[in-house]
Design a protein around this ligand. Structure first.
Ligand SMILES: *Cc1c(COP(=O)(O)O)cnc(C)c1O
Length: 363
């Protein structure tokens, strides 16, 4: 089916602002730096999964599903937005979280509880002592077993459960970011912006691949650069395969080879992706503070703090925007700022000194 005819709903409100970063642009030289605000997609504090859900929810409604089930880490933004989309469209939802149930509710978990989804924790700490490959295989098998049980239970109660992969990854979700490209190109034309690069986080890869496919299909003037948000990232081959699947599904007429995919990892001693998925690190938090202090925009410590660090570093090193503008896609995620582990880490950086803090105490 042609991408233009694919059914969609409006989970949030897209057409998100494309804004100049005036102070940051000034600090970094003459080149124009822009931010596409997909943190402002409207529903449930926003984020990039909203555009994917426009197509995933439409698919669920067209095919008579009653329940959206999806997966993620304990602080998943994708999960929060999937639950919100289910609430908005009168569907039920199940959020399967990989990890032990934390003693203390924080970040996205509070929002999940406020929306009252069914939360399922799949705790595989019992396998922690195993070698990595075996641990991963056993954890995956256990997750699948739990999921099968859950789905069978729901089906026995008459529900029809749509199994949405981690991050909304897949050809349906990717449609959201294919279609973000014409929106962005229209905004660039309206504002007279010529940008040769679009920088975005690279996680479950649907956002990157959607943009890449859209840029190819709609002949965009920019190259899409992905910043892996953890050291253990999807290979170029996997993403090229995914892109070819997208092209075939929507009859887009391109083929993609791994060599055409542009990722930037950053310095080997301090990669943009940090030490691991959602592990706090100083560079990322300093990047978050940098943008907050220069533009009043909040990034997040799991994804956009990392990808934005890459964006700024590539500009500084002259790898992008040497003679033109560049755009950063803000994919959202700010509720993760208040995730317990991140918050604990931030105390040491922003609370343990009294700089710019005055206390008057009446006697
Ligand atoms: C999921 C997510 C990403 C990564 O997007 P993918 O499509 O999974 O690659 C980036 N930023 C935020 C805030 C996210 O929640």
């Amino acid at each position: 089916m042609q991408i233009e005819h694919l059914p969609k709903v409006e989970v949030g409100s897209c057409n998100t602002p494309l804004q100049l970063l005036p102070h940051l642009t000034g600090d970094l030289g003459k080149n124009k730096l822009y931010i596409k605000r997909d943190d402002l997609t409207g529903l449930a504090l926003g984020g990039n999964k909203t555009r994917k859900l426009d197509y995933l929810v439409a698919y669920a409604l067209e095919n008579g599903y009653t329940t959206l089930m999806t997966f993620g880490g304990v602080q998943t933004n994708h999960g929060r937005l999937t639950v919100a989309a289910a609430v908005k469209y009168g569907l039920k939802s199940i959020l399967v979280l990989k990890g032990a149930k934390p003693d203390y509710m924080s970040g996205n978990l509070l929002l999940d509880r406020l929306m009252d989804t069914e939360l399922v924790f799949v705790d595989t700490t019992a396998y922690d002592h195993l070698p990595p490959a075996e641990r991963a295989a056993k954890s995956q098998a256990y997750l699948e077993e739990c999921t099968r049980k859950l789905v069978a239970e729901k089906e026995a109660q008459g529900e029809k459960v749509l199994n949405i992969p981690v991050g909304g990854q897949g050809v349906i979700g990717a449609a959201g970011y294919i279609q973000a490209v014409p929106e962005l190109m229209r905004q660039m034309e309206e504002q007279g912006i010529q940008a040769k690069h679009l920088v975005v986080g690279y996680g479950s890869t649907g956002t990157f691949a959607g943009l890449w496919a859209g840029a190819k299909y709609y002949n965009a003037p920019f190259e899409v650069i992905g910043i892996p948000i953890e050291p253990d990232y999807h290979s170029l081959q996997q993403t090229a395969d995914f892109l070819n699947q997208i092209s075939e599904t929507y009859d887009m007429g391109f083929t993609c080879t791994p060599e055409e995919i542009h990722l930037e990892l950053g310095p080997a001693e301090a990669p943009y992706g940090g030490a691991g998925y959602n592990l706090p690190d100083r560079e990322t938090w300093e990047t978050i503070a940098h943008l907050a202090r220069s533009e009043g925009v909040f990034l997040d410590p799991c994804y956009t703090g990392k990808s934005f660090r890459g964006f700024v570093d590539l500009v500084r090193r002259g790898k992008i925007a040497a003679d033109s503008g560049a755009i950063f896609l803000d994919t959202g995620g700010a509720p993760g700022l208040w995730g317990r582990e991140q918050l604990d880490f931030a105390q040491g950086l922003f609370w343990n000194d009294d700089r710019n803090i005055t206390v008057f105490k009446a006697q």
